[in-house]
Design a protein around this ligand. Sequence first.
Ligand code: HEM
Length: 146
Amino acid sequence: SPFSAHEEKLIVDLWAKVDVASCGGDALTRMLIIYPWKRRYFEHFGKLSTDQDVLHNEKIREHGKKVLASFGEAVKHLDNIKGHFAHLSKLHFEKFHVDCENFKLLGDIILVVLGMHHPKDFTVQTHAAFQKLARHVAAALSAEYH
Ligand code: HEM
């Protein structure tokens, strides 16, 4: 694993407390409000014209939960993040046509949301460990792009 035993502990300990539905919903809605043009990837999820539409769109919140649950799978596969996400990388490239740049943007927003939901736990060391995790997840999701 590219993570030290200490980094692994910080990641596993905080992750055990994370409410995936609420943090995942917050992260994806924030991405679509901060970068409104990214809404085009989710046009089939219904009305997303205004920020309020995004905040109250159930399909977006559900998808945010799915995405963060998937991100959380990395925590169980710290020694093989690339292998774990290979299929999902192919899907994002071939089927969803998502530019890889977005994996970094969403990763950064996930970190902000984790920090907001867990201000006491989100020490600088925990932040650093999660930044490293997000970077590995983004690289793994980009690995099958060509
Ligand atoms: C679908 C995970 C980032 C766009 C999915 C699915 C998962 C997933 C598990 C469902 C795959 C399936 O249907 O079999 C992730 C993870 C991400 C990530 C772990 C990064 C942490 C992104 C970003 C975007 C995006 C940044 C766009 C900006 C999509 C789209 C779909 C999808 C458009 C298909 C939605 C649908 O029609 O159901 N993603 N994703 N993903 N993802 Fe991602």
